[in-house]
Design a protein around this ligand. Structure first.
Ligand code: 9MG
Length: 293
């Protein structure tokens, strides 16, 4: 726990309250056979647990557990398969000293994950499934509402916008309003422009340059660029060689106001952000948790 004060901007999720006095790093743990970077690596439970512990020790503020790949072209998985992949990890890690997010679009998975101790729901569908908002109201989790044009299977076929920043922002504001109207407290809501989800490289760059348009909504902004194909398009590197590009992208997002970065490379990202934070002359880096009930 820290000496931070309640008047600092905060993000509440489950029993945790974060002071947003520095960027938060959310480490990615995909327990899928087919995610675009770590697919298959952590499908084995022991390896997944070990990787979660490593990310926590490297300075992750949150760990985002996902049981359904959302890479372009990915096929949906059944509810029972997703529960089988995700729940044992949430149960095993809930008391391990790092708040957990669960990346899911399914209300039943949201409820079960929250009951097992997950503090946040990260939904690439912005809680659009029937019953998703209600599942999050009842369980008191924090939520990340992400924008996606179309579905993972078709989203990269022909992304199309008039004004990408205005359209993505309007969508996220409408989803946040729906959450507020249903009873999710303002300080439990974060928004995410959804880099790579129905966007070309030009769209992603415009969104990244315009993060200020999203922070202006008053909601903390989540940015997820880690290892994504846009970084490959810029650097000419394959997914296994995109760590430096991912760190640069996280830094660019934070410098423009992102509050949370969702990353595979926790240690490298934390180091880079700590240097940036010190150069900016901001308050000490550690810790961000104001309290956990
Ligand atoms: C699950 N997932 C994959 N990419 C993501 C991103 O950019 N943001 C969020 N919130 N979730 C993501």
């Amino acid at each position: 726990m820290s000496g931070k004060v309640e008047s600092d901007p905060t993000f509440r999720c489950g029993r945790f309250t974060f002071a947003l006095t520095r960027p938060l790093v959310m480490g990615i743990l995909n327990v899928t056979p087919d995610s675009f970077f770590d697919g298959g690596r952590f499908f084995d439970r022991e390896r997944a647990l070990a990787h979660a512990g490593q990310m926590r020790d490297e300075g992750a503020d949150l760990i985002d557990i996902g049981g359904e790949s959302s890479r372009p072209g990915a096929l949906p998985v059944s509810e029972s398969e997703e529960l089988d992949r995700v729940l044992p990890l949430v149960e095993a890690l809930a008391g391990a000293g790092c708040p957990l997010a669960v990346d899911t679009r399914k209300p039943a998975v949201m409820r079960a994950a929250a009951a097992a101790g997950a503090a946040m729901i990260n939904d690439i569908g912005a809680l659009s499934a029937p019953g998703a908002i209600e599942a999050c109201v009842e369980s008191g989790v924090g939520v990340c509402l992400m924008h996606m044009q179309r579905e993972p299977q078709t989203m990269q076929a022909a992304p199309d916008y008039g004004d990408v920043v205005a359209e993505v922002r309007a969508f996220l504001e409408a989803r946040a309003q729906a959450c507020l109207a249903a009873g999710i407290a303002r300080e439990r809501i974060a928004i995410d422009p959804g880099f790579g989800f129905g966007k070309t490289l030009a769209h992603n760059l415009e969104l990244l340059r315009s993060i200020g348009a999203f922070t202006a909504t008053g909601f903390p902004v989540v940015a997820g660029l880690s290892r994504k194909s846009s970084l490959g398009a810029i650097t000419g590197r394959g997914v296994d060689e995109r760590m430096p590009a991912s760190v640069a992208a996280a830094l660019a997002a934070v410098a423009r106001g992102a509050a949370i970065v969702r990353v595979h490379d926790v240690r490298e990202t934390v180091d880079a952000l700590r240097v940036w934070h010190a150069v900016e002359g901001k308050v000490e880096w550690e810790p961000t948790l104001l309290r956990a009930r």
